[in-house]
Design a protein. Structure first.
Lengths: 591, 282
């Protein structure tokens, strides 16, 4: 630890030698932390590091059977670990210490109007009149940059997107002007673009009210932008803490360095394909989802998930498909392997249009395409052993004998960095990263020519993400497959993909070779995506936060297509070799 | 720890399993051996007090109560177990087909089930019994029909939710047929709620059989079942309460055992659901 932190009179929060145990198991061991008024402290660590438990213990809300077994937590005049009366803590919560949870879907009560939920705490903790409370609520909603706040008060949570809900959450927590705000992974469930927005708003509101913030997160790069100080947790132990700049540029502890190197992801190494005939060609693909309207008897609402998308993948090439959630990127992947119905368009694989082949021919061709899914906790059958899960990938290969299959499974396990003994285990005995390796092994055992990887690393911890990306790279060199890599994170696809497609609301916005897209992004949406995902970079004095500096494009007067106005005429224009941008109508772009 | 060791390490699992084991043992014993012939009447020895010769005394025809309860256990339990076969088999088949293939079959099935479920199960059984006449096989068929909707609903529901998992799509991508995916990937994952439901249903059927027999629409006398023993005792309940009390206690204890074991099974197999299925919720 670089500095010994001792409590002083000016500290808002002082945690001394804190130990939290679940039965005999200590999940937080001897942690010392202080927070000064108005300061932003980030607590960073992987899942299971005990970072959330610290946040919970400050509120005195540890989930049973967890309890504080040693140490103290002092908040101003109050001893949270030894309250003088049961009501002391209850009055502190909300009034002086606010909490924002990770999951905005479940932290707002779906049966209560937004207004009611916001007023609730005000009525409890203040003596303001109804009219005053209402005014405060409207003012807060304005501060979190929501339009027409008066109307919002009468609406229900389900009418809002995740990002808006999280803003509403911030508004209702900050309405009481707490001295300390604890934000537990407040944006992990959100997209990069929305995440940036929400955190910016949270920072502004906290500053305006002089509220100190404890920001709990697994993502160092995200919190580095906002935190004054960073505390790094590993398996319940505080391994390092200090000012943000210092921790980034001169990390003292090996684990901090490991986290930092994972956040950097290293230099990109795109996997180029071979030239010539493309392996996969998607032409003018459209997918609609129809949902029954409330009076379902009378009609359906059609939602265009994917509109008129064309893309190409060369043999052995890694191609990235990027966009925020709801952009239709996963739907394209699913449509290619017949998991989602196409309305129109053609999928041409290895020179043959799949839908035109005979049924058995189509099956044979489709087996050359495999998928790695996003969530390794739901993509493996919990009742099957690992060996059987992987072996199933070979089920349709009639040529292999039983012992050959067995050997192939063992080889595959070794190839993805697991051991052959794991074949006898069940999925629940494996970590998230190990499960994703199993999913990759299952896809690869049939030696497919194309792998569709649907957000394969976004459910994983940062350090594990880097390992899985490296694994993809190594396996590609050994097996030579092509890959459609779907992700919401530009920096992840940058690592491996030679070319990128940027998707917004079901339409292609921009398509370019990766280096070109990063160097000269044209479309405003691409630029927004780029600036939204922060990364750490090696600067002249150690690591620092890299703001992706985008060249000023004020001179750019091109009339770009805006996906929010979906019904306007749309056209892709080629600006350079392989660089195409969506414009409105017949607008032209000078190369 | 194996599954059974974990199950029996809990108080409700252990007690429930023990109680159920005693009931099953008594039933099996009652099938092959009873102290006296449960049907043989001895009119000179009616309403005998409990004694060494007749442990629980004799009834209004002088038949040995213990022997009748033992044989009655066999009759009730065997009806209960055989009634489980049909709803579980057909319910799994219908529920799986409806939940996985959806479409018109699903809509039709749900419509029929909803109509069936509008009536209490016992009422349906009563109606069917009135048509088929009171006998053992009638009871089995009537109760099977009455409990078919519950199983179908539960299986359909779990097939629907398991189908949402990515491993089901992964199976499709590998080129597996839909039937293979259903049998290999989906159904094994639906087993847990089905096992819990089956256990609970055994208890409900015991109770329903007793109720039918009590109403004279179940197993016809003189063959004993817990329900008709209770029914026959009804007329003499004030002077000889023991005659009615004993079969009542048997039914209650068997049900308690089933419920305790069912709860423990649910905790072990399906910890997220929180509540065991009850007649009201399905």
């Amino acid at each position: 630890m670089s500095e010994l932190e001792t409590g002083s009179a000016t500290d808002l929060l002082a945690i001394e030698n804190l130990e939290i145990s679940f039965g005999p198991l200590a999940v937080v061991k001897g942690v010392n932390l202080t927070v000064k008024p108005g300061e932003v402290l980030a607590i960073v660590g992987e899942s299971g590091s005990g970072k959330s438990m610290i946040g919970r213990s400050i509120l005195g809300l540890l989930p049973a059977p967890g309890r504080v077994t040693a140490g103290r937590i002092g908040f101003g005049e109050h001893e949270i670990t030894a309250p003088s009366s049961p009501d002391e803590l209850r009055l502190l919560r909300g009034r002086s210490i606010g909490l924002i949870f990770q999951e905005p879907l479940s932290s707002l009560n779906p049966t209560m109007r937004i207004g009611e939920q916001m007023f609730e705490a005000m009525r409890l903790h203040t003596d303001l009149s109804e009219a005053q409370i209402r005014e405060r609520a409207i003012d807060m909603l304005r501060q979190v940059r929501l339009d027409r706040p008066e109307a919002l008060l009468n609406r229900y949570p389900h009418e809002f997107s995740g990002g808006m809900r999280q803003r509403i959450m911030i508004a209702s927590v900050m309405m009481l002007q707490p001295k300390l705000l604890i934000a537990d992974e407040p944006t992990t469930a959100l997209d990069a673009v929305v995440q940036r927005e929400v955190l910016d708003i949270m920072q502004d509101v906290a500053r305006a009210n002089e509220t100190a913030v404890i920001l709990i997160s697994h993502d160092l790069a995200v919190v580095a932008r906002y935190a004054d100080r960073i505390a790094v947790m590993e398996q319940g132990v505080l391994v390092e803490s200090g000012p943000t700049r210092g921790v980034l540029s001169q990390p003292q502890h090996a684990y901090t360095r490991k986290l930092l190197s994972a956040a950097q992801l290293g230099a990109p190494s795109p996997i180029e394909g071979s030239s010539g005939k493309p392996l996969l060609q998607v032409e003018n693909l459209s997918v609609d989802f129809s949902e029954k309207t409330m009076f379902g008897l009378f009609g359906r609402k059609v939602h265009h998930a994917v509109r008129d998308v064309s893309l190409k993948i060369a043999p052995g090439e890694f191609v990235g498909l990027v966009g925020e959630s709801g952009s239709g990127k996963s739907t394209i992947g699913r449509a290619i392997c017949d998991l989602a119905p196409m309305v129109s368009g053609r999928v041409i694989f290895d020179g043959q249009e799949l839908d035109r082949l005979s049924r058995s021919e189509e099956q044979t061709q489709r087996r050359r395409i495999r998928v790695v899914f996003q969530d390794p906790f739901s993509s493996l059958n919990p009742r099957m052993r690992i060996g059987r899960i992987i072996r199933e990938g070979l089920r349709h290969d009639r040529s292999a004998t039983r012992s050959e299959r067995q050997r192939a499974v063992e080889e595959m396990l070794e190839a993805v960095g697991l051991t052959a003994e794991m074949a006898d285990r069940f999925p629940h005995a494996l970590s998230g990263g190990q499960r994703q390796r199993v999913a990759i092994a299952r896809a690869l055992i049939a030696k497919p020519d194309l792998i569709i990887a649907d957000e394969p690393v976004s459910a994983l911890d940062v350090t594990v993400q880097a390992q899985i990306l490296a694994l993809f790279k190594r396996l590609q060199a050994d097996y030579g497959f092509a890959c459609l890599f779907i992700s919401h994170d530009l920096h992840i696809v940058e690592q491996l993909c030679a070319r990128l497609y940027v998707l917004h609301k079901g339409r292609l916005m921009e398509e370019a070779p990766t280096p070109v897209l990063f160097a000269e992004p044209r479309h405003p949406y691409t630029r927004r995506l780029l600036s939204a995902s922060p990364r750490l970079e090696q600067g002249k004095d150690g690591l620092q936060l890299a703001e992706t500096e985008l060249a000023d494009n004020e001179g750019d007067t091109v009339d770009y297509f805006d996906a929010l106005r979906a019904d306007e005429p749309y056209r892709l224009v080629e600006t350079d070799a392989g660089h195409r941008v969506a414009v409105r109508g017949y607008a032209e772009i000078a190369p | 720890m194996t599954f059974f060791a974990r199950l029996l390490s809990k108080a409700n699992g252990l007690i429930g399993a023990l109680m159920l084991a005693i009931v099953l043992f008594t039933a099996c014993l009652g099938a092959v051996w009873t102290p006296y012939d449960p049907l043989k009447s001895d009119l000179l020895n009616r309403f005998a007090e409990p004694s060494m010769a007749h442990l629980f005394g004799t009834d209004m025809f002088g038949r040995d109560v213990l022997s009748r309860l033992m044989r009655g256990a066999w009759v009730s339990v065997s009806i209960g177990l055989s009634t489980l076969v049909l709803p579980v088999a057909l319910g799994t088949l219908f529920g799986a087909a409806a939940g996985y293939f959806r479409g018109w079959f699903d809509r039709l099935l749900i419509m029929v089930l909803d109509a069936l479920m509008a009536f209490p199960g016992l009422l349906i059984a009563l109606g069917l019994m009135a048509v088929m006449g009171a006998n053992r096989y009638g009871v089995i068929i009537a109760l099977s029909v009455a409990y078919l909707p519950a199983v179908t609903r539960v299986v359909r529901g779990s097939v629907l939710s398991i189908s949402q998992n990515e491993f089901v799509e992964a199976s499709a991508v590998m080129g597996n047929s839909r039937l293979y995916t259903l049998v290999v990937h989906i159904l094994p994952n639906c087993l847990a709620p089905l096992i819990v439901l089956t256990t609970m249903m055994f208890g409900w059927i015991l109770l329903a059989e007793s109720a039918l027999s009590f109403l004279g629409l179940g197993v016809p006398p003189p063959e004993p079942s817990w329900g008709n023993i209770l029914s026959e005792a009804k007329a003499h309940l004030i002077r000889y309460p023991l005659l009615g009390l004993l079969p009542g206690i048997c039914i209650s204890l068997a049900l308690l055992g089933v419920n305790l074991l069912g709860d423990a099974l649910r905790d072990e197999l399906d910890p997220k659901s929180g509540v065991a299925p009850s007649k009201e919720t399905i």
